[in-house]
Design a protein around this ligand. Structure first.
Ligand SMILES: NC(=O)c1ccc[n+]([C@@H]2O[C@H](COP(=O)([O-])OP(=O)(O)OC[C@H]3O[C@@H](n4cnc5c(N)ncnc54)[C@H](OP(=O)(O)O)[C@@H]3O)[C@@H](O)[C@H]2O)c1
Length: 251
């Protein structure tokens, strides 16, 4: 299928949603710069499709992110779309409570996106062109058990998009946020509970690409799960906590 972008940059593109979005875009003829820490996985993907161009990167290294974006534009030309998909998750245990997972998830999930924005915005604003998007999560809608470190980073990412979208729109730059439900990837493979509405990664990637092309601010899926969670977001705390206790904590 013809896509509206010539060059796309994806972080978190070695596995999971980022890798599959990259693979599908490359199959459609888009040139995709793929970044993550695992250089070998990126190389293997690039060996399978020459439209995939590996740019190994740790998104927590702000200077490296800026250098990486400059190299991509120098090698491949102006980037039309950036998808910041790099992220990590580990459950918070009350028996083992410490700042470490909070710091790690904040550094990768939230500041990693801020580093990408810092690298990309000067060029996009100067050209009055470009689309920057990042993967948050439906886990950012409301607090969820075990997600005390992960959830706040995703809530912050949604808020970041709401904050930046109007001003950047005035500068000709598009901003959007992708909020997936449960998708079958290495990140969710560690979950020991039944994940409602679990989606295959190829379907998640298709929905992500279609949503990004639509120009909507929020790209969220699967729709039934998203609707349930958006209704849950409106519930008073008394009812919300009662539901969480019966649905999640009894497991
Ligand atoms: N799967 C789900 O159900 C789900 C639901 C909602 C939101 N999400 C979000 O979707 C995004 C992708 O997740 P996924 O499920 O596809 O997980 P995944 O398969 O674990 O992919 C995570 C990607 O991020 C990269 N990454 C991690 N830390 C990095 C760092 N410091 N610098 C650069 N790259 C880094 C990983 O590669 P390296 O390890 O090689 O660096 C990998 O490519 C994440 O932001 C996640 O929070 C996932």
């Amino acid at each position: 299928m013809a896509q509206p972008w010539r060059v796309v940059w994806i972080t978190g593109a070695s596995t999971g949603i980022g890798a599959e979005v990259a693979r599908q875009l490359a199959a459609d003829g888009v040139i995709v710069a793929i970044s993550a820490r695992s250089a070998e996985k990126l190389k293997a993907a690039a060996d399978a499709n020459s439209n995939l161009k590996p740019y190994p990167l740790d998104v927590t290294d702000a200077a490296a992110v800026t250098d990486c974006f400059a190299s991509i534009e120098r090698d491949l030309g102006p980037v039309d779309l950036v998808l910041a998909a790099a992220g990590t998750y580990s459950p918070v245990s009350l028996d083992d409570f410490s700042p470490a997972p909070f710091r790690t998830m904040y550094e990768i999930n939230f500041l990693g996106v801020v580093n990408v924005l810092t690298a990309v915005l000067p060029a996009f604003r100067q050209r009055r062109k470009g689309h920057i998007s990042w993967i948050a999560s439906v886990a950012g809608y409301r607090g969820l058990p075990k997600a005390a470190a992960y959830g706040p980073t995703k809530a912050a990412l949604i808020n970041l998009g709401e904050s930046l979208r109007p001003e950047l729109e005035a500068d000709g730059v598009a901003v959007s946020v992708v909020n997936p439900g449960f998708v079958k990837t290495p990140l969710t493979a560690q979950n020991d509970f039944e994940m409602p509405f679990l989606m295959e990664v190829d379907e998640a990637a298709r929905r992500t690409i279609a949503g990004l092309a639509s120009g909507r601010f929020e790209v969220a899926y699967p729709s039934r799960f998203v609707t349930i969670l958006k209704i849950a977001r409106l519930l008073p705390y008394r009812i919300y906590f009662a539901l969480i206790r019966s649905a999640v904590l009894k497991r």
